[in-house]
Write a protein of this length. Sequence first.
Lengths: 183, 183
Amino acid sequence: MATVSSAALAERGGTTAAQVRKDLSYLGSFGKRGLGYSVPELTQVLRRVLGLDSTWRVALVGAGRIGTALFEYEPFRKRGFAITTVVDSDPAKVGSRMGNVVVRGDDEMEQALRESGTELVILAVPAPVAQNVADRAVAAGVKAILNFAPAQLRVPVDVTLGNVSMLLELEGLSYALARGKKG
Amino acid sequence: MATVSSAALAERGGTTAAQVRKDLSYLGSFGKRGLGYSVPELTQVLRRVLGLDSTWRVALVGAGRIGTALFEYEPFRKRGFAITTVVDSDPAKVGSRMGNVVVRGDDEMEQALRESGTELVILAVPAPVAQNVADRAVAAGVKAILNFAPAQLRVPVDVTLGNVSMLLELEGLSYALARGKKG
């Protein structure tokens, strides 16, 4: 049986073996002293805790360059996040295909989200329209939003918001470089 | 003169006016009670602090779907982060043009980074090769890396690492959805 030690997990995660053991102890007692963790068992437990054993209905709103790249982003697919609904406001894109998915128009967004029972929206629209699109998605029943627009969104408490702030990260590096130059 | 109040800034940033005044007080005393902040002055101070008044030499390593989307990402360009070097390992891409930039081969990476005096690398390569590419970039003098690969990278203490973890964010939302279903 394939096993992995807390030390090996710590090495991969950039932490300590003690921290790994402590963290995993919250999920149940399934490690064995001297033997480590069963890889299949650990995988199963982690997948369950993270909700990765469920299939979430994911929609992409905004099929521009970033959106298109995300649609085809291999790590998303490998983890089971398949995008089954795509919405864009560009009439030239509406009705075209991305993989097996037909792009829907912005005016059909609420209908498309409801029909597909979408729970999670990947928001890849320009910053000035992001809040409005998020509000409409929430009104259509979406419970989680992954926002790629460089905008600070507000969502109701029962909706989970994740932000991928490429611009903020880049500005953070710029700040570090500027300080490094001075120091 | 255009001014902005701490209350208006707080509204935009999702914080309180008191917090805005406190934070900005660290940068000098340039707000005026009852008048607020001069927008040009505040912009200039923030740009200087964030290093946005400098021009950083930025290279993109990995010209796949994500990399290409980032190359053309409007918010980067608007803030002055122009990518002037592109490296890819695909021989079919080497020598082709992205905008005004000629794509260099992976075997020329160190040379391309040194020639251009690159300070900041945007790393958009597959996870399994990300650490190796990062090590080589650091050896070539790069001082900041923005990593898009779903991999935990290690860099020397004098190098700044930023991570854009699209997969981690999506898994975080999956976790929240799974908990919401149970609750």
